[in-house]
Every structure is written in C-alpha cells, then in structure tokens.
Ligand binder design. Structure first.
Ligand SMILES: NC(=O)c1ccc[n+]([C@@H]2O[C@H](COP(=O)([O-])OP(=O)(O)OC[C@H]3O[C@@H](n4cnc5c(N)ncnc54)[C@H](O)[C@@H]3O)[C@@H](O)[C@H]2O)c1
Length: 312
C-alpha cells in the first residue's frame, strides 16, 4: 500500500481525504499547524495516522513530513480571499513559501508525485464561461495570486527537476467539517449555520453571484485519480468541479427548502476581491483523469446539512 502525506490534513478538505485514504487501507501521515484546521476534524482517526504538528513555512518540518512518502496531497494553506486581503504577508508565507518548501522536501525525498490544491480564483473576473484551463489568469486578490504562484512552482519543479506534480484547480468546495465559525468561513457553512439557528444569512452583493459548488467527495476522488493518472497529467492544470452554477439566492432557497423554513437573506455590500461568477469546464479532468462528479450539488447539500444538524 502507498504512503501518503496530506498537508493541511486537519483542515476541511484534507481531513476528508485522510478519512478516504484510511478507508482504502493506505498509510497516512498528516502535516498541519492547526491554524485554520482543527484536531477535532481528525480526532476519530488520529490513532490510525502519523500526525505531525508542524509548519509549512519551516523547511525542516516539511522534510520530516516528506521523508519516506510516495504521494503528497498538498492542501495546507491559509484559504479565503478576504483573509488574504486583510493579511497579505501571513497568507503569502503559508501559501507561497509553504508550497515552495513542500516541493523542495518532495524533491529531496524522491516523492513519486505531488498533487496541488489550486484555486479557481486564479481565473478572476474574466467574463468568459465556462472557465477552461487555457484561459488567461486574472487574479484579483492576494489569495488568488498566491495560489497561482503555487501552480507555477509545481510546473517549474516538474520541468526543472522532474518532480511529478498535478495541479487540481478546485471550484468552491463544500461538505462536512468545513469551518462555519469564522468571519472568513465559506458561504455554505455560514448559511447553513445561520439558517439552522433561524437567523438570516448575509449575502454580499445582489445574490446573483454564482459559483460551481462542488461536494468534497468529488475532490477526494480527483486526488486519488491524479495519483494514478498517466504521465500526460503531469504538470497540467486541471479544473475540478461539477460543471453547473448556483447563485447565492438559489443557495439560500435550497437550504430553506431542505430545512422546511422560509428565512429571507439580508443583503450587504459586495466584498473587495470577490469574483462575480464562476463555472468550470470539466472536460480536461474527464480526459486526463477519468474524473466525473460522483455527488451532485443537491445530494451533497443534503449530506452537509445533516452533518451540521448533528454537529451544531
Ligand atoms: N475550500 C475551497 O472551496 C477551496 C477552493 C479552492 C482551493 N482550495 C484549497 O484547498 C486547500 C484546503 O482548503 P480547505 O478549504 O480545506 O481549508 P482549511 O483551512 O480547512 O484547510 C487548510 C489547512 O492547512 C493548515 N495550514 C494552514 N497554514 C499552514 C501552515 N503554515 N503549516 C501547516 N499547515 C497549515 C490549516 O491548519 C488547515 O488545517 C487549500 O490549499 C485551499 O487553498 C480550497
């Protein structure tokens, strides 16, 4: 069985990946500094993994984590556009220096392949839809710039040093264990948390802002496929999403319908750095990885609501 390192393994997506790998019988190590992630996310399987509390900004911590590893699934980062607007320096260190460190450690440890969790924010506000990987990037926030820089470093390490990397550009991911407790939290956990408590969710802008919301199991699947994909996937940027868009107004309606409630959203000013619309073409993922979304939006939303209902 292969040995996996999941960076950011105590975070939302990382912990879902760790859980899936363990279920397949793989050996898993996780590196996390527990900044935006939580020990609670991995509590139930902590005794089955090698958890290293360490920092991506430390090359030594990265070296220790990469030692003896076959595949690195690099998810450690400080996510969130508004957080990066508030603190460009700290997010730059985790997101760019951290990525450079883990690539360096991966190269030294002769890791077979590194999968990078990239972000659709790299596309920015270009009006063309759906987003195809060949389109020009137009990052609008420090976070988008940082995640894009990580992509370039991955490609560069593949070209210069022969380290195999595959870049998965995620569109808004949602599902169990996504943190609902911060002002920087993503929209779906924030809406569900508010509406379960009979509070109005806040929509920034007119509610027509739309996203290609992707249930996390689809991202987990994409990582597993990317590790096994033929060499044609190496150094490639590949969108991972569902291929249809949902507006924030529709999202609030769907949560209301699922909860049997009729809570009206409150509207606030659009936030700087946010893009208006986002919709992915997933043809390249189908072609290079054999990826197809396993769980559609409505089914994913139902599972997510159930999770937050049981873990208030
Ligand atoms: N959630 C999304 O919609 C989405 C979309 C596109 C890309 N991504 C990317 O996916 C990855 C995971 O995102 P997430 O939503 O699970 O976020 P998350 O905050 O839940 O997970 C990130 C994890 O990285 C850890 N981390 C942060 N800085 C670190 C450091 N310096 N050293 C070690 N660990 C550190 C955090 O503690 C956390 O556990 C990130 O790279 C993010 O940029 C997420």
């Amino acid at each position: 069985m292969a040995k996996f390192l999941v960076t950011g393994g105590a975070g939302f997506i990382g912990s879902n990946i760790v859980k899936a790998l363990l279920a397949s019988g793989d050996t898993v190590r996780a590196l996390d500094n527990l900044s935006t992630g939580r020990r609670q996310n991995i509590e139930t399987f902590l005794n089955k993994i090698d958890f290293q509390q360490g920092d991506l900004t430390s090359l030594n911590d990265c070296r220790r984590a990469a030692d003896g590893i076959d595949y690195i699934l690099h998810h450690g980062a400080i996510p969130s556009v508004p957080r990066s607007v508030d603190d460009p320096l700290k997010t730059n260190a985790a997101n760019i220096t951290g990525t450079l460190n883990i690539l360096t450690a991966a190269r030294e440890a002769k890791v077979k392949r590194l999968i990078y969790a990239a972000s659709s924010s790299a596309y920015g506000d270009s009006p063309a839809m759906p987003k195809v990987e060949t389109m020009e990037t137009r990052p609008k926030s420090p976070y988008a710039i940082q995640k894009l820089a990580g992509e370039l470093y991955c490609q560069n390490f593949s070209q210069l040093f022969g380290l195999e990397t595959v870049i998965l550009r995620y569109f808004n991911v949602f599902g169990p264990r996504q943190d609902p407790g911060s002002v920087y939290s993503a929209v779906i956990p924030l809406f569900i948390k508010a509406m379960l408590a009979d509070k109005q969710p806040t929509i920034f802008g007119d509610g027509l802002t739309s996203r290609d919301f992707t249930y996390v199991d689809n991202n987990v699947q994409a990582n597993i496929l990317a590790c096994a994909a033929p060499k044609s996937a190496v150094g490639e940027v590949i969108n991972i999403a569902c291929g249809y868009e949902i507006s924030l107004n529709q999202l609030a309606e769907k949560i209301n319908a699922s909860l049997g409630k009729n809570i009206r959203a409150q509207y606030a000013e659009e936030r700087p750095g946010d893009v208006k619309h986002s919709l992915a073409s997933i043809s390249k993922a189908e072609k290079l990885l054999g990826y197809k979304p396993l769980i559609a939006f409505d089914a994913g939303l139902a599972r997510t609501i159930e999770f937050y209902r049981n873990n208030a």
